[in-house]
Design a protein around this ligand. Structure first.
Ligand code: TRP
Length: 462
């Protein structure tokens, strides 16, 4: 397993890292996934558990990942391996890094399809298709897209090819600029939509739904979904934070950067909920309708609000941007690895990754079109899966990411030398202790507890 040491370069500044990492964290997870899984899992109590997971598990693990990347300075697997050697531990710990690369890859196989929906909606919105359309008409626009494999394939291909080109060219620095414009623009648009929704939809019910926890509505699998989503939304256990950490200048404070990224990510998700739910409740839509939620609810608002065609088009452009900056981060670690291991050029590595991904993405495309061969019917780690999308979504977010996060926490807090960790973190001894103890005890116990419950070893609740 020899591989050459490749110098992948560094971010130009701390802000550049924060922007790129925020670009990776903020994406479809915040605007597409968070609102619909919150709806499927009963609202407030789910939101509370999710917030606790971000604070007690997500942030500590993210600090650990960035640390691994920066100290190792290579692709995730090789970074962990280098640190295992430094600690005198078994080099098979590098699996912690590989798991991430695999998870990132699997996630992108469905992420690219949903990103394709967002891109196709730029044109739907721009053509005025939503203007004065009834909720039923807007639902049928979405259903028509799902039943059109050609359209889905074209948009998915577009997303993957563009991602491949950007990653192949190594446009890390272009990324910084794109994120610094797209993220604030996204925030402003979400606030405008939330403002509109507050006046024209059912805002009181939304506040009650999102912020009044009703624990009778939360199941154990809901707790696992909240935990898994905390990892998903922060791009954890999927290679990204390790590889972006690998490009981080030595002096930057890891803790401060990570907290800033987590706050931005959480805010965007909550505001997305505040923009979507008043419209859902005001128009009699189902909160638990699943992956189509944002693609049905917001177009209703765009169809009715003043300037809706412009706002709608801009919104889907920004959503597309947010998805691209995440997709780029997802392939980056696989590409960095191909460059180290196979000595491919970036362009060749990116092409290779994207073509493989395209094949996998077809499983998702045909899951949504309802093709017979993409249907599945079995129980897998606490969930009944009905198609490949279901399976890969569940396998990554609810299984691989929490397990990867667990392994990362154990590696940094139990395997690495504490002095090495302290040296790399470069923070006050007090804060370091708080973080280190959380990572050493709370994080692993909480993740294990949720898991063991789910597979029925400990049984508490439903
Ligand atoms: N955080 C991204 C989002 O919320 C999704 C994601 C998960 C991701 N793992 C990743 C993005 C790895 C980049 C890299 O949309």
């Amino acid at each position: 397993m020899s591989s050459v040491h490749v110098d992948h370069g560094q971010w130009s500044s701390r802000l550049a890292f924060i922007l790129a990492a925020t670009g990776s964290a903020v994406g479809l997870g915040n605007i597409w996934k968070f609102p619909y899984i919150m709806g499927e899992n009963g609202g407030g109590a789910f939101v509370l558990v999710y917030l606790l997971c971000i604070l007690g598990i997500g942030i500590p693990v993210m600090m650990a990942e960035v640390l691994i990347g920066r100290r190792g300075r290579q692709s995730p697997g090789n970074s962990v391996k280098a640190l295992a050697i430094e600690a005198g531990a078994n080099i098979n710990w590098s699996i912690v890094g590989w798991l991430g690369v695999i998870a990132g890859f699997l996630i992108l196989s469905f992420y690219s399809v949903i990103a394709g929906w967002a891109v196709s909606y730029i044109f739907e919105a721009g053509s005025g298709a939503f203007v004065d359309a009834s909720p039923a008409e807007i639902e049928s626009i979405f259903n028509n897209l799902l039943q059109d494999p050609i359209k889905l394939i074209i948009w998915t291909t577009f997303v993957l090819v563009l991602t491949g080109i950007i990653v192949g060219k190594g446009l890390k620095m272009g990324l910084e600029k794109a994120v610094s414009i797209a993220m604030p623009a996204m925030l402003v648009l979400l606030l405008i939509i939330a403002g509109y929704a507050a006046f024209n939809g059912d805002f009181t019910r939304t506040i009650d739904f999102m912020f009044t926890p009703d624990f009778s509505k939360l199941t154990y699998s809901g707790v696992l979904i909240a935990l898994g989503h905390a990892f998903f939304t922060l791009s954890l256990a999927s290679g990204a934070m390790m590889i972006y950490g690998a490009y981080l200048p030595q002096k930057t404070s890891i803790a401060q950067s990570v907290v800033a990224i987590a706050i931005a990510d959480t805010l965007i998700a909550l505001i997305a909920g505040l923009a979507i739910y008043p419209i859902v409740f005001g128009n009699g839509l189902e909160a638990s309708q699943g992956p189509g939620l944002v693609f049905v609810s917001l177009p209703i608002a765009f169809g009715q609000m003043w300037g809706g065609t412009v706002f709608g088009t801009l919104f889907f452009i920004m959503l597309g941007f947010a998805a691209f900056t995440s997709a780029i981060a997802m392939v980056e670690s696989a590409v960095a690895w191909l460059v180290e291991k196979m000595e491919y050029s970036r362009a060749k590595a990116a092409a290779f990754a994207v073509i493989t991904l395209w094949l996998f993405s077809m499983l998702t495309v045909f899951s949504f079109t309802g093709a017979e061969w993409a249907k599945l019917d079995f129980n897998f780690v606490g969930k009944h899966v009905t198609n490949y999308f279901d399976l890969i979504d569940h396998l990554t977010a609810d299984v691989l990411l929490p397990l990867g996060g667990l392994a990362t926490a154990i590696f940094v807090a139990w395997i690495m030398k504490k002095e090495a960790v302290f040296e790399e973190m470069n923070m006050s001894a007090k804060l370091f202790s708080v973080w280190f103890i959380t990572l050493k005890w709370f994080t692993p116990i909480a993740v294990l507890f949720v898991f063991l419950n789910l597979i029925g070893i400990v049984k508490i609740g439903q």
